[in-house]
Design a protein. Sequence first.
Length: 262
Amino acid sequence: MLSKMTITLGLCLTVFSSWVYSSPVDEKALEIIRRADEVRSPNKPFRYTLTISEYKAGAAQPENKQILDISMRFIKPDGETKADARSLARLIFPPRDRGKVLFSDGYALWFYTPELRRPVPVSPQQRLIGQIANGDVIVTNFEYAYRATLQGEVPCGDKICYSLLLERKSAEATWPKIRYYVEKEGDNRPFKASYYSLDDRLFKEVTYHDFKPVLGRMRPTKIVVQDARSGKRYSVMEYSDIRLESLPESWFTRESIMRGVQ
C-alpha cells in the first residue's frame, strides 16, 4: 500500500543525535551549518500547513497536489533541555487521503491509515522510493547527523556561497553524502543541497526560496525538490500558517495516532 502512494513526506523526518563529534572537527564548517539549521527551522515545537505540488518538467499545472497539517517537536539539547525529534504529518487533501498519518521519532518512521489496525514501520529502502525520500532531504538536522568539511567558496546566483561536504555519522541517516551551499554573507541562509547515494550518484537537488519573516527571523517559505535521476519531475513545497505551539508529548506516540490526534 505504501509504495503505491505518492505522499511526499515534506518536513516529517527531523533527525537529531547525541553522537560525539570525532576529532578533528572543522569548526568553521560546523558553525556555518549550525547557523543555516537555525534559519531553516526554530528550536521550539511548532506547527504549519504544507502544500505540495508535483510537476512534470515543462508543465504549467501540477500533476498532483497534497496538503498536510504538520506538528513538530524540534528541539536541540541545551543545558538541561533534552533533544527531541518527533513529528506528525496529517493529510487533509485530497479528501481520499484524510485520516492518513506519518509519525517519526528520531530515525524511526511509521505510516498509519484508518484501514490498518496499527501503524506500520517504513523501512530505509522505502524511504528512497519516489517522493517518500523528500522528508529526509528537507528537514534533516545537518549539525547532528553529518560531519561537515568546508571546501571553499563558489558563486550562487548573485551571491557567494560556502561549499561544504557533509558525510553522515551513522548508517541510520538516509543520505551518505550531501554537498551543501550556504550563503556567505548575512545569517548564512541555505541556498542549495545535493543528495548522493552510497555509490556517489546524485539523487535529489533542493533549493530554498521566498525568504520571509517567520517566527522571529527570515526563513524559506518555499522549497523546490528536483529528481536528479530523471530530470522529469520536481516538487514545490510551500509553507503557511507557521506558528509556535505547545504540543503535548502524548500526541507523539503510535497509540495517539490510532486514537486520532487533533
